[in-house]
Design a protein around this ligand. Structure first.
Ligand SMILES: Nc1ncnc2c1ncn2[C@@H]1O[C@H](COP(=O)(O)OP(=O)(O)OP(=O)(O)O)[C@@H](O)[C@H]1O
Length: 364
């Protein structure tokens, strides 16, 4: 990791003030995040289309910018991680770096609400995400922000996808403050921690988020809003995992026994028992979704079909509830609901977006 320090120092020394309009033709905004925005621009001299990531100086320290830029560059040799240009500069208001442009946007926008992607497309996509995460973990890094908005896609069929946004990436084993909000991808051991208390960064938090991401991709819903006992969808999952005799929660019944086994390894409640990302590769040769015609009829191990109407919680991603993203672009935004519904809600900040006030139908 000395190499990263050196790269950061070198970048800090060589970073220039640039007038963006003189060097780039801005085409459009690609997305907005918590700390800034990403624009599609053409480098006037090179004639190349690039994604310029602008991080507001008001909310981003130079050190954090350098860290994100250098970690991104360090990882960009992997074909499943977003490519980087050797371009970092500042303006009056922003720190800026240039990335490869992902022409089809991000994964969030192509997951059909309440339906999910086909098994074939999910496997094609998640396989590449798993390779990217395995690459990162082998280098002792933890991404810490795995979610569909950070998986960039180059075609709607997910033939080529790349992991991006290394703003939260840290070295495994370091102590971090738990400052970010709780979202459906947040592992239970982090959800239970009080804000600002320190925790040891570990690969297992990416593994958990990967499991939740997989569920979202295959169902178009979040499995829960928060991995906390007070979240009924999470509590049901917890009971099922703890006492195998408990009923399979309805939203998990669509998965094959192999897929359920994979989920219980990825979403193991105790972080020490969670599998490594590379352990999922074995499951790619197996079927993940049960054929509707073969699905088991409700019996002692299941609850039977129920149809529940619940009021959406006041937070964005509800356990078994609504998922929304932090995007504020003009593309249609989604919210996932726990067993169910993806509703069109603004992709405001993941942790703060409000769900609409209409009840969400949960078909179980
Ligand atoms: N290289 C790219 N090509 C195309 N679109 C991109 C690219 N980089 C980012 N975007 C779009 O911009 C959005 C925000 O980018 P990014 O996640 O890097 O910002 P952020 O401020 O770090 O977000 P967050 O709030 O999640 O931390 C992405 O979800 C994606 O839709």
């Amino acid at each position: 990791m000395e190499m990263l320090d050196e790269l950061q120092q070198l970048t800090a020394k060589t970073m220039e003030k640039v007038d963006v309009a003189k060097q780039y033709d801005t085409i459009r905004e690609l997305g907005k995040g918590t700390y800034g925005r990403v624009d599609l621009a053409i480098h006037k001299v090179r004639g190349t289309k690039m994604a310029l990531k602008f991080l507001r100086k008001k909310t981003t320290k130079q050190k954090s910018f350098l860290q994100e830029y250098c970690i991104s560059r360090y990882l960009s040799a992997c074909p499943y991680i977003i490519g980087m240009y050797d371009i970092a500069f500042e303006t009056e208001e922003y720190y800026v770096f240039a990335q490869e442009y992902a022409v089809a946007g991000d994964l969030f926008d192509i997951i059909p609400p309440q339906v999910g992607l086909s098994e074939h497309t999910t496997k094609r996509c998640i396989y590449q995400v798993a390779l990217a995460l395995d690459y990162l973990h082998n280098r002792k890094l933890v991404h810490r922000d795995i979610k569909p908005e950070n998986i960039l896609i180059f075609d709607k069929e997910c033939r080529k996808v790349k992991l991006s946004d290394f703003g939260m990436t840290r070295i495994a084993g370091t102590t971090e403050k738990r400052v970010s909000g709780t979202i459906p991808y947040t592992a239970p051991e982090l959800c239970e921690m009080s804000k600002h208390s320190g925790f040891l960064v570990n690969h297992s938090i990416d593994v958990w988020a990967f499991g939740v991401l997989l569920f979202c991709m295959m169902t178009g819903n979040f499995p829960w809003e928060k991995a906390l006992h007070l979240d009924s969808f999470y509590y049901e999952f917890l009971q099922w995992q703890r006492y195998k005799s408990a009923a399979i929660p309805s939203q998990w019944r669509r998965f094959s026994p192999h897929a359920l086994k994979m989920f219980s390894k990825l979403l193991s409640i105790e972080p020490e028992k969670r599998c490594a990302i590379k352990d999922v590769f074995w499951y790619f040769g197996k079927t993940w979704l049960v054929n509707k015609d073969d699905s088991p009829t409700p019996d002692a191990k299941t609850n039977g079909d129920v149809f529940v109407q619940i009021k959406p919680p006041s937070l964005p991603f509800s356990g078994g509830e609504a998922l929304s993203s932090n995007k504020t672009d003009t593309s249609p935004s989604l919210s996932f609901s726990s067993c169910s519904s993806y509703e069109d809600v603004p992709k405001e900040n993941n942790a703060n977006a409000m769900l609409g006030s209409t009840p969400i139908e949960i078909c179980v």
